[in-house]
Design a protein around this ligand. Structure first.
Ligand code: NDP
Length: 456
């Protein structure tokens, strides 16, 4: 007999938490979700969605430059940052409302406030205790700023999405997803942009050829690269900031953005009270069914630091609800998940990098092409596309696909389906291209090089 207030209490109303709530409720569970800020979480409120809207805005900046080669004469254009942020805020509020309605329709109780676990089956929000058969932690992650003198002067992606003016000069610290994406956003909107990264290549973990290529593409777009150098301090200088680099250089800019990674939101949740372990990075380790070290406590999404992508969090939340409330044990596979960095140009991939493929499979065939896209012929933009396939040397099965190009995210989704279906190089070769397009290069790649563990 159910003696709890709820069958499921979800902490965090982001992508993973909301999907889990609705799915569990669909199976007849009595569900509550606590959210301390706004429904929608990182993706909707301060991540994927607003970032993509800003990226669209910045694309017009690049397009205006390119348009001259196509015969356009554009009288002086200027961008109104405040108008963009206002329009973005309206859209985010609309989406938040959609989330609220979806939860309402699913009969999920929404409780506004910070939740803390206070007992084996007990959660407290705003001094009220609720009991629950299961607890799901879906609290996401939050930006981290490096511990250097003047760290408090840096902003993060959260702040940037709410600020009132765009900077004339911005330095972005970091070389990951968010750094690459915001470098493109600010460049397209007319700022002078510096990227300062401690590594010698951007996007650690990506295919090495891709890392080299995107670095030179961003530099070709006039983003000032400061690689293999750290930031030692930030200082205010009247209305500007001085950024001291390990190389000895001092950059003077109007805004310093830290895009140096995110930390799982596990502080103050009372995890110790139910014996839920947290690892050295602050993340909650879980098994393949998203169960924590405590039997009835589960965790999904960025707080588990597995693969920090929205569709993954949604799948994890859904699989959790299927498993626990639908009697349909289901796991989320973290292999073969396509992903994209919305830099300009975009980077997208699915499957293994060349380095991973060599390490796992020993020998692989690598097909790649670097070329000038047709539109660059008239725009005059100094841009190059990279398209790359990695095939098993024996079976010719495609192990990885990578692309650096405008709209790469749109292209990789279809390629991901082919890889899921086990496509071989022969399948790609047997497919006719869409002409003229960038994507057709995936089915016209001919010359292979052989790569092995030692050569790559
Ligand atoms: P990332 O982990 O992608 O990048 C962090 C960057 O900061 C790395 O270049 C890292 O360098 C550098 N860094 C870390 N600590 C320091 C430090 N103390 N000093 C200087 N540099 C430092 O993190 P992001 O915050 O960009 O994004 C977080 C995650 O969110 C991503 O990994 C991704 O999973 C997800 N995300 C996905 C997006 C998408 O799908 N399009 C968009 C945005 C985020 P190094 O490489 O040397 O460690």
């Amino acid at each position: 007999m159910n003696t709890y207030d709820f069958d499921l209490f979800v902490i965090g109303g982001g992508s993973g938490g909301v999907r889990a709530s609705r799915t569990a409720a669909g199976y007849g569970a009595k569900v509550a979700v606590a959210e301390e800020y706004r429904l929608g979480g990182t993706c909707v409120i301060r991540g994927c969605v607003p970032k993509k809207l800003l990226m669209y805005a910045s694309q017009f900046g690049f397009a205006l430059e390119d348009s001259k080669g196509f015969g356009w004469r554009v009288s002086e254009a200027s961008h109104q940052w405040q108008n963009l942020i206002h329009a973005k805020n309206i859209e985010i509020a609309r989406l938040e409302q959609v989330y609220e309605e979806l939860l309402g329709k699913a009969s999920v109780d929404v409780i506004k406030g910070k939740a803390t676990i206070v007992g084996a089956h007990e959660v407290r929000v705003n001094d009220v205790n609720f009991t629950a058969g299961h607890i799901l932690i879906a609290t996401g992650a939050t930006p981290e700023v490096p511990e250097i003198p003047g760290a408090e002067l840096m902003v993060t992606s959260n702040d940037v999405l709410a600020m009132e003016h765009a900077p004339e000069r911005i330095a972005i610290v970091g070389g990951g997803y968010i750094a690459c994406e915001f470098a493109g956003i600010f460049k397209g909107l007319g700022s002078r942009v510096w990227m300062v990264h401690r590594g010698s290549r951007l996007l650690r973990g990506f295919d090495e050829q891709v890392r080299v290529h995107i670095g030179s593409e961003l530099a070709a777009n006039d983003i000032q690269m400061r690689l293999a150098t750290t930031v030692t301090a930030v200082e205010r200088k009247r209305n500007a900031y001085l950024l001291y680099l390990g190389s000895g250089e001092i950059l003077e800019v109007d805004l310093v953005m830290a895009a140096t990674g995110r930390r799982p939101n596990t502080g103050g949740l009372g995890l110790e009270s139910v014996g839920v372990h947290v690892d050295a990075d602050g993340a909650i380790p879980v098994n393949s069914y998203s169960r924590t070290s405590s039997d009835h406590v589960y965790a999904v999404g960025d707080v588990t630091n597995r693969l920090n992508l929205t569709p993954v969090a949604i799948h994890e939340g859904h699989a959790f609800a299927d498993t626990v409330f639908g009697d349909l044990p289901r796991r989320t596979g973290h292999e073969g998940v396509p992903f994209a960095v919305f830099s300009q140009p975009q980077v997208a991939a699915v499957g293994l990098t060349e380095e991973e493929a060599c390490a796992i499979h020993g020998g692989v065939r690598v097909y790649s092409s670097v070329f000038r896209p047709m539109r660059a012929a008239l725009s005059g933009r100094n841009e190059r596309v990279l398209v790359k396939l990695i095939a098993d040397a024996t079976t010719e099965r495609i192990l990885g696909a990578h692309i650096v190009a405008p709209d790469a995210a749109e292209i990789i989704q279809g390629i991901a389906v082919a890889l899921k279906a086990g496509a071989t190089k022969a399948d790609f070769d047997a497919t006719l291209g869409v002409h003229p397009s960038v994507a057709e290069e995936f089915v016209t790649l001919r010359n292979a090089r052989y790569a092995t563990r030692t050569q790559s």
